[in-house]
Design a protein around this ligand. Structure first.
Ligand SMILES: CC(C)(COP(=O)(O)OP(=O)(O)OC[C@H]1O[C@@H](n2cnc3c(N)ncnc32)[C@H](O)[C@@H]1OP(=O)(O)O)[C@@H](O)C(=O)NCCC(=O)NCCS
Length: 150
């Protein structure tokens, strides 16, 4: 079941993301990062256990980012990732966001939702200023994709 994250979810969210970060599939997050963005997160629980997370962060007047998508390996392939992305896209629409982007190692997954690869300089400068704090800056290898919301 998908819900918005609560404060008590923060450590489990971090654990799930950082387990993938250790395998170089995601970028690592500090607990401060998680608390600061907690209200952006959706979580998926299976029998009370947190098994999936995804966040929608507002970037600009018409732009938001889908970030930190992760589903525990044992629960992958069951449509949980899809549900989480769709929850973020539905919220984006409700908020009046015109364009959603993501920076990802799995462009193929996001193409299923209508995202298309875009040039880095088509996204506002602000997006890249956040990258300066990332341990993988400047060569993270993430691919930028975006989708217009109708
Ligand atoms: C990628 C990830 C979120 C997918 O979650 P999931 O719950 O297994 O995905 P779903 O079951 O909802 O799959 C939805 C669709 O995407 C496809 N898909 C799943 N993983 C994919 C991948 N890595 N690459 C391409 N397509 C993928 C599925 O085949 C399915 O296609 P279909 O609708 O045509 O049947 C999950 O495998 C994961 O957490 N991976 C490690 C972390 C990661 O890479 N996160 C992305 C951050 S950039």
């Amino acid at each position: 079941m998908i819900t918005k994250a609560k404060l008590e979810d923060a450590k489990e969210i971090q654990k799930l993301i950082n387990a993938y970060a250790k395998k170089d599939l995601m970028l690592p997050k500090s607990i401060v990062d998680i608390y600061e963005r907690l209200r952006d997160f959706y979580v998926y629980r299976h029998k009370d256990k947190l098994v999936g997370v995804c966040a929608l962060s507002i970037s600009w007047g018409d732009l938001a980012e889908i970030r930190s998508l992760a589903v525990e390996k044992r629960h992958s392939g069951r449509g949980i990732g899809k549900e989480l992305v769709e929850a973020c896209l539905a919220e984006a629409k409700e908020l009046g966001v015109k364009r959603v982007f993501t920076l990802t190692y799995i462009p193929k997954f996001f193409r299923k939702f209508g995202f298309k690869i875009v040039k880095r300089d088509s996204l506002p400068h602000k997006v890249w200023t956040e990258c300066i704090n990332c341990p993988k800056f400047p060569d993270c290898g993430e691919v930028p994709l975006a989708k217009n919301i109708k």
